[in-house]
Write a protein that binds this ligand. Structure first.
Ligand code: RTP
Ligand code: MG
Length: 141
């Protein structure tokens, strides 16, 4: 497996629940390193741009409103097979379908307030990392 980078966002619901540290611990225990991070209140424009692929979906407005409802914690995770590894740690989009022990099973309340975002492919990971971090703010470790 190759060394990869992926973009992770701890969404406003999980930030409000004060579980940033618990979620970071899961990344670290799985062998993923935090190589960039920042807390940010997204603007509507930033959230719309980030989720632009979903623009035509019925849930788009609700998704954007939720993502700007409070600050998020944004990080770049690095490790072997980081994209898929992070998606496995996250669990299914709807917490009702998320496997026990996954982040969404343990911390998400609903399909809308579902605790975390993770890039879904290596190609999208590169686009999403660049959306939030200039290359000089990502630290190889
Ligand atoms: P994310 O992009 O946030 O990591 O989530 P995901 O890949 O698991 O799911 P995706 O299909 O990319 O959808 C993005 C977010 O939109 C909300 N959603 N709502 N009501 C619905 O049917 C529905 N489907 C998706 C979720 O909050 C999801 O995380
Ligand atoms: Mg997605």
């Amino acid at each position: 497996m190759a060394l990869e980078r992926t973009l992770s966002i701890i969404k406003p619901d999980a930030v409000a629940k004060n579980v940033i540290g618990e979620i970071y611990t899961r990344f670290e225990k799985a062998g993923l390193k935090v190589v960039a991070s920042k807390m940010k209140q997204l603007s509507k424009q930033e959230a719309e741009g980030f989720y632009a692929v979903h623009r035509e979906r019925p849930f788009f407005n609700a998704l954007v409103e939720f993502m700007i409802s409070g600050p998020v914690m944004i990080q770049v995770l690095e490790g072997e097979g980081a994209v898929l590894k992070n998606r496995d740690l996250m669990g299914a989009t709807n917490p009702k379908d998320a496997a026990p022990g996954t982040i969404r099973a343990d911390f998400a309340d609903s399909i809308d307030a579902n605790a975390v975002h993770g890039s879904d492919s290596l190609e999208n990971a590169a686009i999403e990392v660049a959306y939030f971090f200039p290359a000089t703010d990502v630290y190889a470790r």
